[in-house]
Structure formats: C-alpha cells, structure tokens
Write a protein that binds this ligand. Structure first.
Ligand code: PLP
Length: 420
C-alpha cells in the first residue's frame, strides 16, 4: 500500500515555513533534499550521547560510536544489496567517490591511449576527475553521444562504436540532473563487460529515488551522495566490487588506514579502512543509515512512482497550458527532474520570480556546461520533485509559471503556435 504522502510532510520541519509571505514549495530536490526529523534527531542523539572517536577507543562511548558507524556500513550494504561490508566505503559524497576511483584505480591501471568512456550528459563531478586522470596518464576521453534534439536520450545506436576494447572504464550517470532521463544502467554495464571495461555508475540522482541493486546492475563501482536522499551533507558512499577494491592503493594516507607504519614505509589495512584515512564523518554516516531506514519504510518503488507522477503531471500541464516553453528530456524514462527554458528569459530571472511565489527552483548550467553548449543553451530552469511534494504544489508551480510568462509578453506573442 502506498504511504500517505500528505502526512509524510509532517516529518520534514523545513517544509513548514513561509517564503516571501507564501507557503514554501520546495522543488530543488535534485540539488539537495530536505531532512526528516528522524535524521535530525539521529544527529542530535549522536552528539549528545555517543560522541567519541571510533575504532581505536576502548571506553564505552567509543565502543558505542564504533558499533553505530559499522552498523551504518551494513545498512548501506543492505540498501544497495552489496555483497560485503568491505565493498562499502564512506566518502564525502559522489564527487569524492569519483575522485577516489579516478585517482586510486585510475593512476594504477591506465596508460597512454587507454580510453575512458563517459557520456555527453555527465555532471562535472563525473567529468573533471577523469579529465585530470587523462592528463596524468595520457589516456583518452571519449563520449557516448546524446541523441540530437531535446529528448535527452543516450544514442544507444552509437554504443558499439564508442565501446571498443581500448575502453578501460565506462563512467555514466544513472539519472541526468539536467535532462531527468533514466539511463539503462544494467544494459550499459553488460555492454561494457563484454569488451572487458569496468563501469562506474553515478547514482547521485537515482539513489533514494528509484530501487537499486548493485549486483543486479552488474556495475563495478557505484557512487552516491547522502544529502540528496534525506541524509546529511558531507557523507556519501562508494560501492566497489571486492576484486577491484582489494587491488586498489589508498587514495589518501593517514591514521586508521594502515596495518603497520615505520619511518620510511607503511602497509595498508584492507578495504574499507584503506580508503578511510583519518577520523571519518561518523555522525553523518550514522544519520545516513537512518535516512536509508526512513526511505525503505516508505518503499523505494512507491517513492519512484510518486516522483514520476508529479514530474509527468508538471510535464503535461506545461505542454498543454503554457505554449512555447521548451522542456528538456524525454516524456518517458523520466525521473523527478524537469528542466525547461522560457526563450528570451534568463533562468535566473525565472527562478527569482518563482521565489517571489515561495517556490524554490534552480537555474543555471547545473554543472553540465558541455551538455548545455550541445543543446545551444547557457542555462535552464529546473524543478525537481520528491516524495514530500504534492499535486497542489505542482498546481502552484504551474500558476507561477503562467505569471512569470506574462513578464515576457513580446516573446510569447512571437512564439505562440497558431493553434494554441
Ligand atoms: N552527479 C550528479 C548527476 C549530480 O546531480 C551531482 C550533484 O548535483 C553530483 C554528481 C555531485 O554530487 P555532490 O556534489 O553531492 O558530490
């Protein structure tokens, strides 16, 4: 049975406020999600009762904190259906996880003329670390194109052309933060496996939104950010398949990640400790585990259906009631992200005007500059929904867009289709 989405709003204190004299409609979930009270309480409880450094302590607080931190790792394992706690590395987020793989696996395994395959829709987080790696090693970057036009789909007809045996790793986003498209991750991983390439799935926009199973996906690495799925900022997960993590050298050196240290050299602890140098983000890892409990109590399939319903409703209403607005991304295979352009209006103006109506949108290049250029744009406005958004909020969003459209009357007259 589907949860009562309206009652769920009571769990999110930040949703119950006025912005510019209007009840807040928070549609910036692709940037970061709001936090339920249980996650906030977990942080407070940790800092008021258990706060201690972990792993090295023998006193009660340290034992409690260590247990909670390692339980959080097991919770993340269950959330992703990974095989072993050693496959789950806590990081600072998606960006940090990609940098870890690009530096640790990449430095060790890539050489001149090897190919790093990405797609044309990658967030800068899943592009710049690979550019740096290519510069260091002489490897080449290659891109699976997006179909020309606004559908936002990957051009799978080009996959066999770009996925050649020189490709050592194929790193791609599961859900695009600009186009909203859900990419066929399992299919892409299977194709990469056939040519002997590893895969990294950027799940920043899919974790916490759609059901996930890393074993079913068949990926080698899988990365996510806690703050986009009801958890705190500054915490994320890198899942890696054991044979890779076992062979990878540490990315950072320091305390906690060693077996033994002498003045001139050290030996590493096994994964995950090898990749978690220094005092980790204990409280936020524990709170992320609480967020995972919370999401699973709602049901990830139910969340996906609710998100999809709201994005589809907004899509249809814009298409039918506000002629001329250009929506990016597909009608099908769309998650909860809806990017749009009002020609002649800068996205920042659209977002500022929406803010006057109490509606939080995002405008800009969304850390997707190359994709923007390909689409002939400098920016888009973006509404991104989550399970605590409602149909009434979609209505407020549509009314606000209609009001905003009136600020650009010349453009509207010039672009209203004859049958509108
Ligand atoms: N990848 C995608 C698709 C994203 O949308 C984002 C953030 O918006 C990131 C990576 C980077 O996430 P973080 O800034 O949490 O590291």
């Amino acid at each position: 049975m589907s949860p009562s989405w309206k009652n769920i709003r009571a769990d999110f204190p930040a949703l119950h406020q006025q912005v510019n004299g209007k009840p807040l409609v928070y549609l910036d979930n692709a940037a970061t999600s709001q936090k339920p009270q249980c996650v906030i309480d977990t942080l407070t409880r940790y800092y008021t009762q258990d706060n201690a450094n972990i792993h090295r302590g023998i006193h009660a607080l340290s034992i409690r904190a260590t247990d909670a931190y390692e339980k959080a790792r097991k919770r993340a394992l269950k959330f992703l259906n990974a095989a072993s706690p050693a496959d789950i590395v806590f990081t600072a987020g998606t960006t940090d996880s990609v940098n870890l793989v690009a530096n640790s696996w990449g430095n060790e395994n890539l050489k001149e003329n090897d190919v790093i395959l990405l797609t044309e829709m990658e967030h800068h987080s899943n592009l710049v670390p690979w550019q740096l790696l290519a510069k260091r090693t002489g490897a080449k970057l290659r891109f699976l194109p997006v179909v020309p036009g606004d559908t936002g789909l990957l051009d799978l007809t080009k996959l066999s052309k770009v996925l050649t045996p020189e490709v050592r790793i194929f790193a791609f986003t599961h859900v695009s933060n600009t186009l909203g498209v859900i990419n066929p991750a399992a299919e892409l991983c299977a194709a990469a496996r056939k040519v002997g390439a590893l895969t990294l799935v950027d799940a920043a926009q899919s974790a916490g939104h759609i059901p996930l199973d890393v074993q079913q996906l068949g990926c080698d690495f899988f990365v996510l950010s806690g703050h986009k799925m009801c958890g705190p900022t500054g915490i994320g997960v890198l899942y890696g398949r054991a044979p890779h993590l076992d062979k990878m050298p540490p990315y950072r050196g320091g305390g906690s990640m060693i077996k033994s240290v002498s003045y001139f050299e050290s030996q590493w602890a096994p994964s995950p400790a090898k990749f978690e140098a220094g005092t980790p983000n204990i409280a936020d890892a524990i709170a992320l585990a609480r967020a995972m409990d919370y999401l699973d109590s709602l049901g990830r399939e139910a969340i996906a259906q609710h998100d999809k319903k709201l994005a589809a409703l907004a899509y249809v209403r814009i298409m039918t009631e506000i002629p001329g607005i250009r929506i990016l991304g597909p009608a099908q295979h769309r998650s909860s992200v809806l990017s749009f352009v009002i020609p002649g209006a800068h996205a920042h103006d659209v977002v500022t005007l929406a803010d006057q109506d109490g509606i939080a949108l995002r405008g800009g290049h969304h850390c997707n500059q190359p994709l923007m250029r390909k689409l002939g744009l400098t920016s888009t406005s973006r509404a991104s929904f989550y399970f605590y958004n409602t149909e009434e909020e979609v209505e407020r969003f549509i009314l606000s867009l209609k009001r905003i459209q009136k600020f650009f009357p010349l453009w509207c007259q010039a672009n209203t289709p004859p049958d509108a």
